[in-house]
Each structure stands twice: as structure tokens, then as C-alpha cells.
Design a protein around this ligand. Structure first.
Ligand code: NDP
Ligand code: 8X3
Length: 262
């Protein structure tokens, strides 16, 4: 990192999920601080809009992170000025459904594992050798409080985020001495397209999730990512857990029976 901690003009930041929510907010914030951005996502129109807004400092990458060959090809054919990626923000991800495990759709479970776990490791594995060769890099993974605290219907989504937390810690173990930092960000409720995606496009149901409370914004989370990346180079933020003030913990659930002892 530069002497002037918020001058990111030497950074190339590869962001997955840059078409919406946290990834989009990170793209705008890091660009504001002078970084070059590789913006990855599936929706071409969103990438075009971002490119129009941020200009030549953005390399648009139409990419499905679940497609391992495409990830490898995209990373190996980045234009010269974007090829030496210094920061990877793995934000692409999703929750699908809130049904109990016995009623959840297996296709939804597949999609969450393929995106949140496999997509994240494909991008990480593709970019790590370059970072190690240059002895410089920072991987920021988007976990979730759902990876730590269970809740009904969180089943596979929460499990994918527990994977992200442990993978992040294990990366640190492997990368000791390599000058690469790894951070896991664990947000609670933030209003993005997350709930609309979770409820398969039911916007009314999605809006109810945030009714009568003040969720975090994508910008709040991007601010935490920027803070981690702009710490002095010898400091690694392992984990950040952040929640809206209006979200907290409940007691453990107990099933009670009218017949004592059952
Ligand atoms: P959004 O739905 O707003 O953004 C999700 C992003 O992921 C989109 O840019 C989408 O792009 C991208 N994405 C999804 N699937 C793929 C894929 N197969 N290939 C490439 N990109 C993909 O949600 P958030 O910004 O809220 O979520 C970002 C991350 O943060 C996720 O990992 C989520 O689990 C996590 N999170 C969210 C919280 C919240 O309350 N919002 C809280 C805690 C964690 P496109 O569709 O264009 O491909
Ligand atoms: C999403 C956060 O609280 O909706 O990862 O599970 S929460």
C-alpha cells in the first residue's frame, strides 16, 4: 500500500459481483480513491453502465464465476494495465430460498454452493499465483453473519458462508510469508438486491425483510472493505462482523411439550 493510505492509484482491484450491491459500491468507492477496477458480473448492461460512469479506469468482465474455465481464461487474458491485480474482492454470491431443509430446492442448494464456494475459490485460485509472484496482494471475501449464527431457513446459505470464513483463515495459514493479506467480511442485514434474489424476484416479500428497521447500505459495507484494504501493509484484518443497530440475537429455540419430559 502507498504511503498516503487512501491513494489507491497503484492498486488494481478485481471485484466479483460488481453489477450490484456490495460489489458495485466497492467498485465506485475504490475508483473514487484512484484504483483501477476489474468489474466482473454476468449482467452486461450493468457493466456497461458502470464503465460509462467510471470511464477508462474500469475493465468490464462479463463472467459467471461458476464457470471454472471462463474464470481462468478471463484472468489470464486481462489487458496489460489491469493484469497485475493487487486486491481481489470476492463479493459475487447469493442466498436462494428460506424454506426449511426438508422443503428447500436442491437446485437452489447447488447454485449457492457453486457460486458462494466454488466461484469464490476459482477466482481466488486464478489470481493468487500472480499475487504471490509479486509478493503483494489482498483477498477480501464476502462472508456473512449467517456463517456464524444459525437461523431457520439459513441451512445451505449459512453453511456456504461458514466455508468462506474457514477458507479465508486457511488461506492466511498457507500465505504466511508471502506478503498477501486475507480478510473475511461478515455483514448482517443490508438492503441490496440480496432479498429479491433470495425470494426469486418477489420484490414485495423482499421489501418486507427491511420493513420498519434501518438496514445497512451497500456503501456501509464497502466502507468496511476500504478500511481493511487501507490499513498499513503489515496489518491484516482477519475478520470483520458488522450489523445494523436494529438487528441482534435471539434466545436459543426450545420445543416445549404439554407432556413434561417429552
Ligand atoms: P446483490 O444481489 O445486490 O449482488 C450480488 C452480486 O453477485 C451481483 O453483482 C451478481 O451479479 C453477482 N453474482 C451472483 N451470481 C453470480 C455468478 N454466478 N457469477 C458472477 N456474479 C454473480 O447482493 P449483495 O451485494 O447484498 O451480496 C454480495 C455478497 O454479500 C453475497 O456473497 C452475499 O451472500 C453477501 N452478503 C449479503 C448480505 C446482505 O444482507 N445483503 C449480508 C451478508 C452477506 P450478476 O447477477 O450480474 O452476475
Ligand atoms: C445475509 C445476512 O442476516 O440476512 O448474509 O442472513 S442475513
Amino acid at each position: 500500500m502507498n504511503d498516503c493510505m487512501n491513494d489507491l492509484s497503484q492498486e488494481v482491484v478485481f471485484i466479483t459481483g460488481a453489477t450490484s450491491g456490495f460489489g458495485l459500491a466497492c467498485a465506485k468507492l475504490f475508483a473514487l480513491h484512484g484504483a483501477r477496477i476489474v468489474a466482473a458480473g454476468r449482467r452486461a448492461d450493468r457493466l456497461d453502465a458502470l464503465k460509462r460512469e467510471l470511464g477508462d479506469g474500469v475493465c468490464r468482465l462479463e463472467l459467471d464465476v461458476r464457470d471454472r474455465a471462463s474464470v481462468e481464461q478471463a484472468v489470464s487474458s486481462l489487458p496489460d494495465e489491469f493484469a497485475a491485480v493487487t486486491v481481489l474482492v470476492n463479493s459475487a454470491g447469493l442466498a436462494l430460498g428460506l424454506e426449511p431443509a426438508q422443503r428447500a430446492l436442491l437446485d437452489d442448494w447447488d447454485t449457492m454452493v457453486d457460486t458462494n464456494c466454488k466461484g469464490l475459490i476459482y477466482c481466488t485460485r486464478a489470481l493468487l499465483p500472480g499475487m504471490v509472484a509479486r509478493d503483494r496482494g489482498h483477498i477480501v471475501n464476502m462472508g456473512s453473519i449467517a456463517g456464524t449464527y444459525p437461523y431457520p431457513g439459513g441451512n445451505v446459505y449459512g453453511a456456504t458462508k461458514a466455508f468462506v470464513r474457514q477458507f479465508s483463515l486457511n488461506l492466511r495459514a498457507d500465505l504466511l510469508g508471502a506478503g498477501i493479506r486475507v480478510t473475511n467480511i461478515e455483514p448482517g442485514m443490508a438492503e441490496t438486491e440480496f432479498s429479491a434474489v433470495r425470494f426469486h424476484g418477489d420484490f414485495e416479500k423482499a421489501a418486507q425483510v427491511y420493513a420498519g428497521m434501518k438496514p445497512m447500505t451497500a456503501e456501509d459495507v464497502a466502507d468496511a472493505v476500504l478500511w481493511c484494504v487501507t490499513r498499513p501493509a503489515h496489518v491484516n484484518i482477519n475478520n470483520i462482523e458488522l450489523m445494523p443497530v436494529s438487528q441482534a440475537f435471539g434466545p436459543l429455540a426450545v420445543k416445549r411439550s404439554k407432556q413434561p419430559g417429552q
